[in-house]
Design a binder for this molecule. Structure first.
Ligand code: HAM
Length: 423
């Protein structure tokens, strides 16, 4: 019987894994430069955490969360996102105690959502994210957007990506807005999809970004939150926008942008990639402020803020736009030997070469020169060297540069070989 990997998952290996690691390294380096510290929470948490944070009526919790009951009968969940866990850890470990300044974390995590597998939707995927906790100034919101934009620039995606922003106000303003939306959408009840009809009383915001209903005129013309915002909110939003404009970041205000998770208040944003082949939009970065989450999770009344980027989606965009990855699984040198004995004599040499930084691969299963040469070609190595009994006696061997087929005779010495290969 042949086993298959679960739908919506990826076996990471080869070039795809090299790309994943390169992207992870670049993002981690950037986060460290912004003064963030890494955090790695557990892969599973109690299901209640996500009910409370992400929200019971969201698709992520209602339809997509992977749950299981542990041996003691506790309801657990594989994490569908990182923010809830970071906030839980911040509160549980009392990291807030005696801190006048913001605590800043970044993470690179695998996450799980039972989504219908289709382009850009995986059941296990990765996110790089950042969270500011104990935010006291909207200068943090500006820096958060600058950093997200820096990521877009770093991967040369600027011309394909639009930044959409919106301002969601506080819990009470949203409640008032939701009440008005319920009344408004009730008049259009029969025109809503069954999904939206179900959401109407629990969370009418979901109707605004619903894939089917979201494009209908009556949904586009639904009451806006703006009228519930105070002048202070409007001023803060304006100052954030002025702040990002002053560093040349373009944006689009999208008042239907509500995000799929319940904890957002204040600024919300998404960086959306327009696929040039299909003309479809893919959100690669999503984030915003959450003013109540720390308190709801049992901590003090502190404000949080952050964003996350979907790594699989980023890699798709990078491959679509022919981004030049700098690292590769390139093998510098394939060594071949004429016998078991010759090979065994050369183990010291092989170790020295690797210690000098060369990537060396050997097919230990064969002692024929042409088969070893084929192996070097298959591995797309830069150089091939075949060592036989005679090479050991003369202390020299031929090294072949595989792109030019140029042969050079050199001394069997690690430093000489390394310098030939350019290391
Ligand atoms: P989110 O919008 O649910 O936000 O996810 C952020 C990003 O993760 C998306 O824009 C997308 O690139 C990627 N993503 C989401 N679901 C999938 C999937 N099934 N397959 C592949 N990629 C996916 C959050 O998760 C928030 N925690 C972000 C945040 C951090 N807000 C504040 N701080």
């Amino acid at each position: 019987m042949v086993f298959k990997r679960p739908r919506g998952t990826i076996d990471w290996y080869g070039n795809q894994l090299v790309q994943l690691n390169e992207v992870a390294d670049s993002l981690k380096t950037l986060a460290l430069r912004y003064g963030f510290e890494e955090i790695v929470p557990p892969t599973f948490e109690s299901l209640d955490l996500f009910y409370k944070s992400v929200g019971e009526t969201t698709d992520v919790v209602q339809k997509e969360i992977y749950t299981f009951v542990d041996k003691k009968g506790r309801q657990m969940a594989l994490r569908p996102e990182g923010t809830s866990s970071v906030v839980r850890a911040y509160v549980e470990e009392k990291m807030f105690a005696n801190k006048a300044h913001a605590t800043k974390f970044f993470y690179f995590l695998n996450l799980f959502r039972y989504e219908r597998p289709q382009s850009g939707r995986w059941r296990e995927f990765h996110q790089f994210g950042i969270e500011y906790l104990n935010v006291t100034s909207h200068l943090n919101d500006i820096e958060c957007l600058i950093m997200a934009h820096e990521i877009i620039k770093m991967f040369q995606l600027e011309k394909y990506v639009t930044l959409k922003v919106n301002y969601l106000g506080n819990f009470h303003q949203r409640q008032a807005w939701m009440e008005e939306l319920k009344v408004y959408f009730n008049d259009y009840y029969d025109e809503l999809t069954p999904d939206s009809q179900q959401r109407l009383n629990k969370n009418p915001l979901r109707i605004l970004d619903d894939k089917v209903d979201g494009v209908k005129d009556f949904v586009k013309n639904a009451p806006k939150l703006q009228k519930f915002l105070t002048s202070e909110d409007q001023q803060i939003f304006q100052e954030i926008l002025t702040g990002i404009s002053s560093v040349g970041i373009n944006y689009l205000i999208d008042d239907s942008l509500v995000r799929g998770l319940d904890y957002y208040t204040g600024l919300v944003f998404e960086f959306v990639y327009l696929d040039p082949n299909t003309n479809s939009e893919i959100t690669i970065i999503g984030g915003g402020r959450y003013s109540d989450l720390v308190k709801q999770t049992g901590g003090p009344d502190e404000i949080g803020l952050g964003f996350a980027i979907g790594i699989e989606r980023l890699l798709t965009c990078l491959n679509d736009t022919n981004y030049h990855f700098t690292t590769s699984s390139q093998i510098d040198l394939v060594l071949g030997f004429d016998s078991y004995q010759t090979t065994a004599t050369c183990f010291n040499l092989i170790s020295e070469l690797r210690n000098l930084g060369l990537t060396v691969s050997i097919d230990y299963g064969n002692f024929k020169k042409d088969k070893n040469a084929k192996y070097a070609l298959k591995k797309q190595a830069s150089y091939f060297m075949f060592i036989n009994q005679e090479s050991l006696v003369n202390n020299t061997a031929n090294i072949e540069e595989l792109t030019t087929n140029k042969l050079t005779t050199i001394t069997l010495n690690a430093a000489t070989i390394a310098s030939k290969v350019g290391k």
